[in-house]
Design a protein around this ligand. Structure first.
Ligand SMILES: *[C@@H]1O[C@H](CO)[C@@H](O)[C@H](O)[C@H]1NC(C)=O
Ligand SMILES: *[C@@H]1O[C@H](CO)[C@@H](O)[C@H](O)[C@H]1NC(C)=O
Length: 365
């Protein structure tokens, strides 16, 4: 008798499980901030389920202060999704025909506040079912910086560091040598997967290009580092050599610019004399000559300027005119690319060479 009762009970239970059920297994979904999360929820109906179909998604945010929130609802063949302000406009059913058994949603442009437990509830009386999905949002590593902390000289101790600006933990690091034999110094091998490599008693063999890759479960980022281990005495020599080189280049550039200007001026002069259209403009007065000398060909607009205006004007021109002049002289192959910015050139003495050219120019036109 008891056996029979148990059999009946089991049948009863089995009967219920045959009705509406969600076939998607419970799972944790992990996505990067800004991406779209697909929360699957597929269900099957049974012939007994005859009531109207209702689908409801609830969110229990990981922040425990907040209670379960309805985020989207399908009822009476209509979709309602304006319940939860934090997800406004970011939750959508992915299927256009929910009755076909697909209640999945997409959450777009993921934010850290979207982390929580999402519950898919499907009801078609007498069938009811629900499943929970955990959504985790991680931040990809980005803005990673590689740098040397210390002085990269032979015999010194210093550190190679790799620092991402942001990125969710856990972060994994991997250093690689890109140049030469691509072999990391053996004494560093223990730290190849750490954010900091402590270099002891450096040798010149450590020189080369290194990369550091930072990874977490949703993304990765990389930075490069150039290491030049030199003898301490060589360092001063290297700097002196560089300075001398730059100075030589400056002198050369100044000469070229001076020659070009002179040639252009001569051509201009010839033309003007030939066509006899020379205007009779008085040369600049000696009191304002310093300001004018920097301004070059812009002097025609100076007439209406008050001296106080002109002061500011001449200052900006002082910074701009030389740099334009250097850009206009691409014929000089000796210009070191990007290393010497034009403002530096003017600061380092290129301008005085040009002043005579400018002031003479002013008096000719
Ligand atoms: C839902 O998001 C996935 C990516 O996670 C995408 O492939 C799919 O096209 C999206 N579906 C809809 C309907 O937006
Ligand atoms: C540093 O390395 C050199 C050889 O590369 C060695 O002669 C010297 O003893 C080392 N110094 C220390 C403090 O380990």
């Amino acid at each position: 008798m008891a056996l029979l009762l148990r059999f009946v009970l089991l049948c009863g239970v089995a009967d219920f499980t045959r009705s509406l059920s969600i076939t998607t297994p419970e799972q944790t979904i992990e996505k990067a901030k800004g991406e779209t999360a697909y929360l699957p929820c597929k269900f099957t109906l049974s012939p007994e389920d005859q009531g109207p179909l209702d689908i409801e998604w609830l969110l229990s945010p990981s922040d425990n202060q907040k209670v379960d929130q309805v985020i989207i609802l399908y009822s009476g063949d209509k979709i309602y999704d304006n319940y939860y302000q934090d997800l406004k406009g970011r939750v959508h059913f992915t299927s256009s025909d929910l009755k076909s058994g697909d209640a999945s949603i997409n959450v777009t442009n993921l934010q850290l506040s979207d982390i929580g437990t999402y519950q898919c509830k499907v009801k078609k009386a007498p069938g009811v079912a629900n499943k929970k999905f955990l959504l985790t949002v991680l931040v990809k590593p980005s803005g990673t910086r590689c740098f040397i902390d210390g002085s990269e000289e032979i015999g010194n101790d210093f550190k190679l560091k790799c620092e991402p600006k942001e990125g969710s933990l856990p972060l994994r690091y991997e250093w690689q040598k890109l140049s030469d034999s691509q072999k990391m110094p053996t004494s560093w091998l223990a730290e190849m997967t750490s954010p900091v490599i402590s270099v002891k008693n450096a040798t010149s063999e450590y020189s080369g290009t290194y990369s550091c890759t930072v990874k977490n479960r949703v993304g990765s980022d990389k930075c490069l580092l150039r290491l030049d281990v030199v003898p301490p005495s060589n360092r001063a020599g290297t700097i002196a050599g560089a300075v001398i080189g730059i100075l030589l280049a400056l002198v050369l550039i100044s000469l070229i610019v001076f020659c070009c200007r002179k040639k252009r001026r001569e051509e201009k002069y010839e033309k003007e004399v030939h066509h006899d259209i020379r205007e009779d403009v008085p040369p600049p007065k000696s009191r304002t000559s310093t300001a004018r000398s920097y301004i070059g060909s812009n002097h025609s607009s100076l007439g209406s300027m008050s001296p106080s205006n002109m002061e500011g004007y001449s200052k900006t021109q002082y910074n701009q005119v030389p740099s334009e002049d250097f850009e206009r002289a691409p014929q000089s192959p000796t210009l070191p690319p990007a290393k010497v910015a034009a403002p530096n050139l003017s600061r380092m003495g290129a301008v005085p060479v040009m002043i005579p050219a400018q002031s003479k120019d002013g008096s000719i036109v």
